[in-house]
Design a protein around this ligand. Structure first.
Ligand SMILES: Cc1ncc(COP(=O)(O)O)c(C=O)c1O
Length: 429
């Protein structure tokens, strides 16, 4: 295949690809031609440190994963209507990582497909229609999911009558903050009140959908006890709790959807639920068929990803390196008033920039500038949150302590520069 120079690629992309598919760094996009571990290489061989590709969970192009994919591709790739060992092995391995109650698996190709199926399961089981979601959440690109994603529907046709939005439990700048005696209970009570309002309208709840670690909402860590309380209220209303990704706190939802990182870049996703919910879905008599979902190649890849996580102790690495990075960024707060908050769990980390710590005013322009300057230093991060003022870190789990050190050092230098530029323009020097 012909290799275009970067400018040609950009021109052809502008001509041929829908413009709503956006590029990172649109004013000067990066063309990546290969990757390994936590590193991306452009067409000139320049190496970028990747702090945002959580999809490439165990590291880009991990040799054990590509080997498993190639071996299975050479042997067989069919669909789930034939008996095959890979799908049952994979479901069995996943089940060992989940609470006992979550014991029935459906395999699909994307997080969106998984959430769409979760919605169908919840509605079939509860026989209700309405859905509660958290503000600023994103659950996928299908019509059914833009409908339940405030992050999208606010810019589209607006909110459907069957969708109800609960406040995002953001204890940094939300309604109840870290100084509240029990923010988990307070935010859960907002869901309880919302359910009462829904009932007053003569409507009924089928599901509460939430990301366990809300990302587009600004890398939020939910207050403890929140999910348990919400599940209690949602169950009492006849609905089910759907967790879009399951991470963190010991808590058992009724349906879990697992997406992108499972396949390390290969399209692979999964819905896991209880016998009761799956039974109600089967009872409707309609087959669930997904041509590619759960095929032998996808499952071989999923199994290889699980092997690598265990063999390379990547969960331990994510915890240790995540703690290190968070510690380094927290250390920078004393020097840089622009850093209002640093939060995270493992390698899911957010650094929120503010122009005023007291008022927590979003420093949106500074966040964009920092991300741009980090790219010039060959480090890829992105911004997120309703005000795009949160620097987001979601690197592959093989991210190292040295990478964390480098990132913190570069951030320190850039923020020092940005501060002296600001002082010069305001005449303070
Ligand atoms: C929390 C969450 N749910 C669902 C999706 C949709 O997944 P996909 O893009 O694989 O369809 C995404 C994708 O960004 C996501 O972040």
């Amino acid at each position: 295949m012909e290799m275009f120079n970067k400018q040609n690629t950009l021109e052809m992309r502008k001509k041929l690809i829908g413009h709503s598919c956006r590029l990172f760094y649109s004013d000067d996009p990066v063309k990546i031609v290969r990757a390994r571990g936590q590193y991306l290489y452009d067409e000139n061989g320049t190496r970028y440190l990747d702090c945002i590709s959580n999809v490439h969970h165990v590291g880009h192009c991990h040799p054990a994963v590509t080997k498993a994919a190639t071996a299975q591709m050479e042997l067989l790739n069919t669909n789930t209507r034939f008996l095959h060992d890979n799908i049952v092995h994979y479901a069995d391995r996943l089940s060992a990582t989940l609470p006992d109650k979550l014991s029935v698996f459906y395999f699909l190709n994307s997080g969106s497909e998984a959430n769409d199926l979760a919605l169908r399961l919840a509605r079939q089981y509860s026989q209700n229609d309405d859905v509660i979601v958290l503000d600023h959440s994103y659950h996928g690109n299908l019509t059914s999911l833009t409908d339940i994603s405030p992050y999208k529907f606010r810019k589209l046709g607006g909110q459907k009558e069957w969708v109800h939005v609960a406040p995002l439990p953001d204890t940094y700048k939300g309604r109840y903050r870290e100084d509240h005696p029990d923010p988990g209970q307070a935010y859960a009570d907002c869901v309880k009140d919302l359910i009462e309002e829904v009932h007053k309208k003569g409507r009924k709840i089928s599901a509460f959908f939430a990301e366990t670690l809300p990302s587009v909402g600004g890398q939020i860590i939910l207050p403890s006890g929140y999910f348990q309380k919400v599940a209690e209220y949602v169950h009492a209303a006849g609905g089910v709790f759907v967790a879009d990704e399951l991470q963190g706190e010991a808590f058992c939802p009724d349906i879990v959807t697992l997406g992108k990182p499972m396949g390390n870049g290969h399209p692979l996703a999964c819905v896991v639920t209880t016998q009761e919910i799956a039974g109600a879905f089967t009872a409707n008599g309609v087959e669930y068929f997904n041509t590619f979902g759960g095929n032998p190649v996808s499952c071989a890849i999923g199994l290889a990803v699980l092997d690598v996580i265990e063999e390379e102790n990547l969960r331990g690495n994510a915890r240790d390196v995540g703690d290190r990075l968070r510690g380094l960024l927290l250390g920078l707060m004393a020097k840089h008033p622009l850093i209002g908050d640093v939060r995270g769990a493992g390698l899911f980390i957010g650094m929120e920039l503010v122009t005023d710590r007291e008022k927590r005013t979003p420093a949106t322009a500074a966040a964009a500038q920092l991300a741009r300057r980090l790219k010039e230093e060959l480090i890829c991060v992105s911004t997120d949150g309703p005000d795009e003022n949160v620097i987001k870190f979601k690197p592959p789990m093989c991210f190292s302590s040295a990478d964390a050190q480098l990132v913190a050092q570069k951030i320190d230098h850039i923020l020092t520069d940005m501060n002296s530029d600001r002082q010069k323009t305001s005449g303070h020097v």
